[in-house]
Design a protein around this ligand. Structure first.
Ligand code: ZN
Length: 208
C-alpha cells in the first residue's frame, strides 16, 4: 500500500536520525488518550467524514489519503498518524466497501486484512509474519486482529492490525498500530501495544 510504505519510510528515516529528535515530551498511553464522545478534548482534533469519526491528538502528524492513487472518498481511503518523540508511534485507519475487495477474497474482516496485506506487498511493504487471528467484537460487529512484523531495511517493526465490518456503514474498517517505547528493543512487541490498539478501536465511532 502506497500510504503504508510511505509512512514506514518516514519511520525508518526517523529511526536513523534519533539523535536529532527526542525533544518533544508527550506521553502516549492508551487509556487517557483515546476516549471520546461529545466534543473532542483539548489537544485533539476529530476526523468526522465519510460516515464515521475518530479523535486524534493534534501533536501527531496527520494525513488523509486515498487508496491506490485515488482520493479519499466514501468508498475508500485512509488516515495516518505518526509521531516520534522519545517513542515512535504510528497508526492508521483504512476504510473500504466490500466492492473494493479482490474477487478471490471473502468479504469478511479477515478478507479485508488480506486485501490490505496484498496492496501493501504490491507497494513494497513487506509483512514477514502474521500471528494468530484473535476474535473480539466492536460495537456489536465481529472484530479480528493479529500481530504482524513489518520489514524495513535492517529492522523489523512489530505491529497490531485488525478489521471489522460495520453493516450500518457498509464498509470495512482496518486499523493498525505500531508503538516503540524503547529504541533498543524495536523488534520486541511492547505489552502496551495491544491495550493501545484496543483503545484506538474503541475511539472509532462507526455508526450512531
Ligand atoms: Zn458500526
Amino acid at each position: 500500500m502506497k500510504e503504508l510504505s510511505a509512512l514506514t519510510g518516514f519511520t525508518v528515516r526517523n529511526l536513523r536520525s534519533t539523535t536529532l529528535v527526542l525533544l518533544v515530551v508527550a506521553s502516549v498511553t492508551g487509556a487517557n488518550l483515546w476516549v471520546h464522545r461529545g466534543s473532542p478534548p483539548v489537544g485533539y482534533g476529530r476526523y468526522d467524514k465519510h460516515g464515521f469519526s475518530m479523535d486524534y491528538p493534534l501533536n501527531m502528524n496527520f494525513n488523509e489519503m486515498g487508496l491506490s492513487g485515488s482520493k479519499a472518498s466514501d468508498a475508500s481511503g485512509s488516515i495516518q498518524l505518526a509521531r516520534q518523540d522519545e517513542t515512535l508511534t504510528q497508526y492508521g485507519l483504512f476504510w473500504m466497501g466490500p466492492e473494493m475487495l479482490a474477487t478471490y477474497l471473502e468479504p469478511t474482516p479477515e478478507g479485508a486484512l488480506n486485501m490490505v496485506f496484498g496492496i501493501a506487498g504490491l507497494e513494497g511493504t513487506s509483512i514477514s509474519s502474521r500471528g494468530e487471528l484473535i476474535s473480539s467484537t466492536k460495537d456489536g460487529h465481529e472484530l479480528v486482529y493479529q500481530t504482524i512484523m513489518i520489514e524495513e531495511p535492517g529492522v523489523s517493526i512489530p505491529a497490531i492490525i485488525g478489521a471489522w465490518y460495520c453493516e450500518e456503514l457498509g464498509r470495512f474498517i482496518i486499523l493498525y498500530l505500531f508503538y516503540v517505547p524503547d529504541f533498543d528493543q524495536i523488534e520486541v512487541l511492547s505489552p502496551a501495544v495491544e491495550p493501545m490498539w484496543l483503545g484506538l478501536v474503541e475511539s472509532v465511532v462507526c455508526h450512531r
